[in-house]
Design a protein around this ligand. Structure first.
Ligand code: COI
Length: 364
């Protein structure tokens, strides 16, 4: 594995930590960042951790034009005893490699990815907030860096990782979010890039999100592009329904992001004794079962949001409250189990978490 050179911010120059009660998702960054470069001659090289700072890029940098750029979202958690944990990081590393393959980006070795994250989080461990529901959000990115705007797969790349202390993803804190179904725009098509984590997927979703927000909703629910009939995902989270005692989520049919939290929710639901089904669910079935009161709960799951209860759903101008609009008991139970497992406070029979230790004690 590549050696990682570390240049630490001197103790006296470290920035003050933000007030944990006033964290706004993705607005504050820790003291250090990880960087590595790829060239055809050297492959991935110059792996290093440096003080967090600006990137200097010419306007011709190709990623700025064609979004040949992938990213991941992961978190480090800290418990009251001061232990810091990563959660299923290998799943993020594997997805990062799949995203790279889809966008013709040279993939990063799993071992380099893991060591970059461990070392960075260890160095910035004081930036991991402790309150339940808080964490250090970790954002690995690869961007194409050829200084040429002809349309082509870049020859050169930059891999960087930055970290941001976070509490709730939603600015208003933890509450039941309201969701509007997108009628015009779609997020992904079969054969497209919906099942990988690339920048363009997110910019394409902004118009529908702006429209939803203008009408007072928090998020957008996407339908399939072909028939505009089946529920897909929310963009910032996968979606789950509790119907007749069963947890239902759309299958990974090629247009939905295979969320690490999604997979965890399916396993933890089974642990709670709830039957789970990955199946197509139409928006008509969702609205009808909501209307008839058969739909027990709706919630989303993703790294940034953890588990977010859905309080209302609006489709074609018809808005229905889910239950009484407050967070449902199953979503709350799953959230509690997930967060305490991630923080090292309850059992982990799955081997999902890894404690972040000083580099000399860390596993290879
Ligand atoms: C994540 O959940 O980590 C994501 O990348 C979603 C993003 C909208 C914040």
């Amino acid at each position: 594995m590549l050696p990682i050179r570390v240049t630490q911010v001197p103790e006296a120059a470290r920035r003050p930590k933000p007030d944990p009660d006033k964290l706004l998702f993705g607005h504050t960054f820790s003291d250090h960042m990880f960087l590595a470069e790829f060239t055809p001659e050297q492959g991935w090289h110059s792996a290093r951790i440096e003080p967090y700072g600006e990137l200097s890029l010419p306007p011709s940098t190709i990623a700025l034009h064609y979004a040949q750029m992938i990213f991941e979202g992961m978190k480090a958690y800290r418990n009251e005893a001061g232990e810091v944990y990563l959660f299923r990081w290998r799943e993020n590393a594997a997805r990062f490699r799949r995203s790279a393959e889809r966008l013709r980006i040279p993939p990063v070795e799993m071992s380099l990815f893991g060591e970059a994250i461990r070392r960075l989080v260890w160095l910035d461990r004081d930036w991991v907030p402790t309150a339940l529901g808080s964490s250090l959000y970790i954002r690995p990115v690869i961007m194409a860096t050829d200084k040429a705007i002809g349309m082509h797969a870049s020859n050169n790349y930059l891999f960087f990782v930055i970290c941001s202390p976070t509490a709730s993803y939603f600015p208003k804190g933890f509450y039941s979010v309201s969701i509007r179904v997108s009628e015009e725009d779609v997020r992904a098509v079969q054969g497209g890039t919906g099942d990988v984590k690339c920048a363009g997927n997110y910019s394409g979703s902004l118009r529908a999100l702006a429209e939803a927000k203008a009408k007072g909703f928090d998020q957008v629910l996407w339908l399939d592009a072909q028939e505009r009939k089946y529920v897909e995902e929310v963009g910032s989270m996968n979606i789950f329904f509790k119907l007749d005692g069963t947890i239902i989520t759309p299958p990974l049919s090629g247009t939905i992001l295979p969320g690490v939290t999604r997979a965890s929710v399916l396993e933890l639901s089974a642990e709670l004794g709830l039957p789970v089904e990955e199946r197509l669910i139409s928006i008509d079935e969702v609205m009808e079962t909501l209307e008839s009161g058969k739909m027990e709960e709706i919630f989303g799951a993703g790294t940034a949001v953890a588990i977010a209860p859905v309080g209302s759903l609006s489709h074609k101008g018809h808005c229905i409250t889910v239950g009484n609009g407050s967070p449902g008991p199953t979503a709350m139970k799953l959230r509690e189990r997930l967060l305490t497992l991630q923080r090292g406070e309850t059992s982990d029979p799955y081997g999902w978490r890894e404690q972040v230790l000083a580099p000399e004690f860390a596993p290879n």
